[in-house]
Design a protein around this ligand. Structure first.
Ligand SMILES: NC(=O)c1ccc[n+]([C@@H]2O[C@H](COP(=O)([O-])OP(=O)(O)OC[C@H]3O[C@@H](n4cnc5c(N)ncnc54)[C@H](O)[C@@H]3O)[C@@H](O)[C@H]2O)c1
Length: 336
């Protein structure tokens, strides 16, 4: 069985380039959301602690079974730890044998950014040139670079309540083809943006901006609110948007729509990908992808990375599963 470590993901990005890896990730997501009915889907299982949540996220089809273990602890960075860390398992559905265990802290950042881009393909204006990001923590650079690979971004405006996070972000973004504009407030950042990403972490109800603070025709990727009691936008704001989610049974508990219910939901993302419903219909609509992170996205990135790891001979083989001449003689491993 293959073990894929952080260093293997680093090597993979060096081989492919970040831009090409994002292209592969978005294409895989589109392919898999496009065959939605082939999957066995369920909401994730969350275990809630006072400081955060630990979640198990399974998703399967006839080829593979995949699951991710992931946490969300907004207070962790103050203690020198990541807010979100994850590992994932991919199995062969024919035998039930696990074929890969992978780091998924990076893969979560990649797939979350790729999911926002996939939704943007249907919900953002194709001529979007300016992007605003609120919250410049661990996910921020992945988000911005994924979007800049698909849109001709001319400027990226950004704001975080933590000035150090803003400095870190601008240092990591040096040399990109867009101009970087640090802002003094959320409203200053979002005012004229074509695309807005909300990537904040706070275990409470936030209302980062209202409809009057933004331009018409904006696409918003709300990815930070992803747990009961942890939201980024007001119920009033949601009513002004064309609102798309990943999977209603999960999003109604964890997403922005936990504040108001199913009536506000226009579509699940797969319905746009499968052309069952149109995405953006004019240049004035405010469109919103209320993302909480869905197991199908983890399935997609795991199967892509597994294919790539085999192609480029990445990862380490580990004997986590016994190999026996006689599968009934498990005891033989312990000697005569
Ligand atoms: N939808 C998904 O699939 C998905 C995937 C990964 C992470 N997330 C969520 O995205 C969020 C960001 O994750 P991260 O790993 O970057 O977290 P992080 O803790 O590294 O960064 C979050 C940043 O938000 C800032 N922030 C908090 N409140 C703010 C406010 N009101 N205005 C401006 N900035 C504010 C913090 O200062 C911090 O820098 C988390 O809530 C996480 O749970 C969602």
């Amino acid at each position: 069985m293959k073990i894929l470590a952080v260093t293997d993901i680093q090597k993979l990005i060096q081989i492919l380039s970040l831009e090409n890896f994002f292209k592969r990730a978005v294409a895989a997501l589109e392919e898999d959301f496009g065959r939605w009915h082939e999957f066995i889907l369920s909401p994730r299982h969350g275990t809630y602690y006072p400081d955060g949540v630990i979640e198990l996220m399974p998703c399967a089809d006839q080829q593979h079974y995949a699951f991710k273990y992931v946490n969300g602890y907004p207070g962790n960075p103050l203690k020198g730890k990541l807010n979100v860390v994850a590992i994932g398992v991919l199995s062969d559905a024919e035998s039930g044998y696990p074929v890969m265990i992978s780091e998924m802290t990076f893969l979560t950042a990649f797939r979350t950014a790729a999911a926002g881009v996939l939704a943007a393909k249907y919900l953002a204006r194709a001529d979007s040139k300016s992007l605003a990001i609120i919250g410049t923590g661990a996910q921020a650079e992945f988000q911005v670079l994924a979007f800049s690979g698909f849109f001709q971004l001319e400027e990226v405006r950004f704001f975080d309540i933590d000035p150090q996070a803003m400095v870190k972000f601008s240092q990591n973004m040096i040399g990109q083809k867009f101009s970087l504009i640090p802002c003094n407030s959320i409203v200053e950042a979002v005012r004229d943006a074509d695309i807005i990403i909300t990537a904040t972490a706070a275990k409470k109800r936030q209302s980062l901006f209202e409809a009057d603070d933004i331009a018409s025709g904006t696409y918003i990727y709300a990815m930070g609110g992803d747990s009961p009691g942890k939201t980024e936008l007001s119920a009033e704001f949601l009513k002004r948007t064309k609102l798309v989610v990943e999977y209603k049974p999960q999003t109604l508990v964890e997403g922005e729509v936990q504040q108001c219910g199913a009536d506000l939901i226009y579509a699940e993302l797969w319905e746009l990908v499968c052309k069952n419903k149109p995405g953006r219909q004019d240049d004035q609509e405010i469109t919103l992808f209320d993302s909480v992170g869905f197991a199908l996205e983890d399935y997609s990135i795991l199967r892509v990375v597994y294919e790539l790891a085999k192609e480029y001979q990445l990862g380490t083989e580990a004997d986590l599963i016994p190999e026996l001449n006689d599968p009934k003689n498990l005891f033989s491993i312990l000697g005569p």
